[in-house]
Design a protein. Structure first.
Length: 246
């Protein structure tokens, strides 16, 4: 294999050189009753984003999915997505990248004049009853040792921003931070706020076919975003968020 993941992590690590999607493999493991497993691949041939979008995942990136079974209602699951964003942004900063979080789940590198480039994305999937999650798969995709030419427009990588990163150590740091916050969910929002680029920005958010424009204010205890619009304050639980030029 190109990299070995003999990690000191609170998760069992399953490494693949190539896989269609680490989220799909983690879901398979969920079906066989596993938990606290991380699936890592050097390359994905069928990487998925949200809403059936394609996620480009050539060899050299960090593509991983964490499978766990937290004792929480589904309404608290977004905190796991935010915890993954915090873990990823912090690890990227430790690698020398000026990383920040764009609500809800993108890790970006802010540029001049309101511009930004996408460094990483998170895709959380789950199954469960109304009162209790059965399993949760948190997929994290980070453009690590890749070059702009290998990535879609608007993307950047750790390598382009700060040079080649040691992926083993990077993954280790992501998992450590994620583990720290999953057992301390109340600390997720404050940590997220410290790394967030969205509050204070003018944003356009697409939610289920409708569009909302205004100034992002803050996130609430569940990670929902409050936006000040001309028609008053609106709270959005999920959607596609674009930062607009000031
Ligand atoms: P998203 O729906 O927010 O973003 C998807 C969009 O991002 C695409 O439509 C494209 O415009 C852009 N994009 C695609 N590939 C990249 C890339 N490598 N870098 C930057 N931008 C890109 C975000 O979805 C959630 C992505 C999760 C990916 C992880 S990888 C491990 C796990 N397995 C899996 O199949 N998905 C997750």
């Amino acid at each position: 294999p190109a990299i070995e993941y003999g990690l000191e992590a609170p998760f069992a690590v399953e490494y693949h050189e190539t896989l269609a999607s680490t989220n799909d493999r983690a879901r398979e493991l969920a079906g066989s009753g596993e938990t606290d497993v991380v699936v890592v691949a050097d390359e994905q041939t069928g990487g998925r984003g949200r809403l059936e979008r394609v996620w480009d995942a050539p060899a050299g990136g960090v593509w991983l999915s964490i499978l766990c079974r937290p004792e929480i209602p589904p309404a608290r699951a977004p905190l796991y997505t935010l915890a993954a964003a915090v873990a990823t942004a912090r690890a990227a900063r430790e690698a020398g990248v000026d990383a920040a979080i764009k609500w809800p789940n993108d890790v970006i590198v802010p540029g001049d004049g309101g511009d930004y480039r996408k460094l990483a994305g998170i895709l959380t999937e789950m199954e469960g009853e109304t009162d209790r999650v059965a399993w949760l798969v948190v997929g994290i995709g980070v453009n690590a040792n890749l070059e702009a030419a290998d990535l879609p427009e608007g993307a950047t990588s750790i390598c382009d921003e700060a040079g080649v990163v040691g992926r083993r150590r990077f993954v280790q740091r992501v998992l450590e931070t994620f583990d720290e916050y999953r057992s301390n969910l109340d600390a997720v929002i404050p940590a997220w706020r410290d790394l967030a680029a969205t509050p204070g920005q003018r944003v356009r958010i697409e939610v289920a076919g409708t569009e909302l424009v205004g100034r992002a204010v803050d996130v609430d205890g569940h990670g929902a975003l409050t936006v000040a619009t001309d028609e008053g304050e609106r709270t959005v639980t999920t959607g596609d968020c674009e930062h607009l030029r000031p």
